[in-house]
Design a protein around this ligand. Structure first.
Ligand SMILES: CC(C)=CCC/C(C)=C/CC/C(C)=C/CC/C(C)=C/COP(=O)(O)OP(=O)(O)O
Ligand SMILES: O=P(O)(O)OC[C@@H](O)CO
Ligand SMILES: [Mg+2]
Length: 264
């Protein structure tokens, strides 16, 4: 392994996390679009990216619970050639690491009890992330049951938190914060039947101070607004963009309604 030089230590890169913290301090909300490399080709990316730009969303999350087409590098190349939006890896496995991204959500599945997804995969991934020089954002990842069984539930082999058990969600998030995690990601799973209940988000919001990312099943501006009002700092939209990327325009206006600076 190469010797560590402080200016290249990936763990010291904090650009994207600083951006998130600044937005949170300003009371500004953020939007991430989930790009699944399996489901997107030149055509669909060319359709979705202009909406992402026009809506001034904040991030692209790139990943999937299971990738079967080896298109991560292509997807990142294409996005980097057509957009300036930050690309944040949202990895379903250790196979989803690339130096072409700007950062990685270093997910630890704290709602589950699978040691491989709590720390095992992280030991395997650490040297690759280090070599890639990626900003690493320690993320307490919580899967919540939202009406159906999703790919992330199945692939993790972990039971999600029941939708009405707000205290379990709150204590799990609190434990993540106490462990030093930098973000909590509450996920109903891609294609969730309904979004996470606003009451659960609000219960988590009351007990932790770190930023909260919420995703899974958000398909309308009303659902996005409910998540924001309940305390989400970042919302993630994936499936809905496949059929209606124009939704992003309304979501962009919604997030700007929380900002004192209209260019945000
Ligand atoms: C530490 C590293 C690098 C890897 C492990 C990361 C962990 C802990 C993953 C565990 C849980 C998991 C399988 C998360 C996947 C999250 C994800 C990228 C979801 C995107 O949606 P999909 O589940 O692919 O949805 P579709 O079924 O719609 O494709
Ligand atoms: O695809 P959707 O249901 O929008 O979910 C987005 C993301 O939170 C999934 O991990
Ligand atoms: Mg997928």
């Amino acid at each position: 392994m190469r010797p560590i030089h402080s200016n290249e230590l990936a763990a010291l890169k904090t650009n994207i996390y600083n951006y998130i913290q600044n937005k949170v301090q300003q009371g500004t909300k953020m939007i991430a679009a989930l790009i699944d490399p399996d489901k997107n080709d030149e055509r669909s990316l060319s359709r979705i990216l202009p909406y992402c730009e026009e809506a001034k969303i904040d991030f692209l999350f790139i990943g999937g619970s299971l990738l079967v087409r080896d298109r991560l590098e292509f997807t990142l190349d294409f996005i980097k050639n057509h957009s300036n939006l930050p690309c944040i890896l949202f990895p379903g496995s250790v196979m989803q690491i690339s130096s072409k991204a700007d950062a990685i959500l270093f997910l630890s599945l704290i709602s589950g009890r699978n040691p491989e997804l709590l720390i095992g995969n992280h030991v395997i991934a650490a040297p690759y992330i280090y070599e890639a020089g990626l900003e690493t954002i320690s993320t307490g990842y919580m899967l919540i049951h939202c009406g159906n069984y999703t790919t992330a539930h199945y692939m993790s082999g972990c039971m999600p938190i029941p939708s009405n058990k707000y205290e379990i969600a709150a204590m799990t998030a609190l434990a993540g914060q106490m462990l030093g995690m930098k973000l909590i990601y509450m996920d109903g799973g891609s294609g969730a039947a309904h979004p996470i209940e606003p009451g659960m988000i609000a219960t988590v919001r009351k007990i932790i101070q770190i930023p909260i990312v919420v995703g899974g099943g958000i398909r309308t501006e009303t659902q996005a607004k409910q998540a924001f009002e309940a305390g989400a700092d970042v919302i993630v939209v994936g499936n809905a963009l496949e059929s209606s990327p124009e939704l992003l325009i309304d979501l962009g206006k919604l997030k700007r309604s929380y900002s004192s600076n209209p260019v945000n």
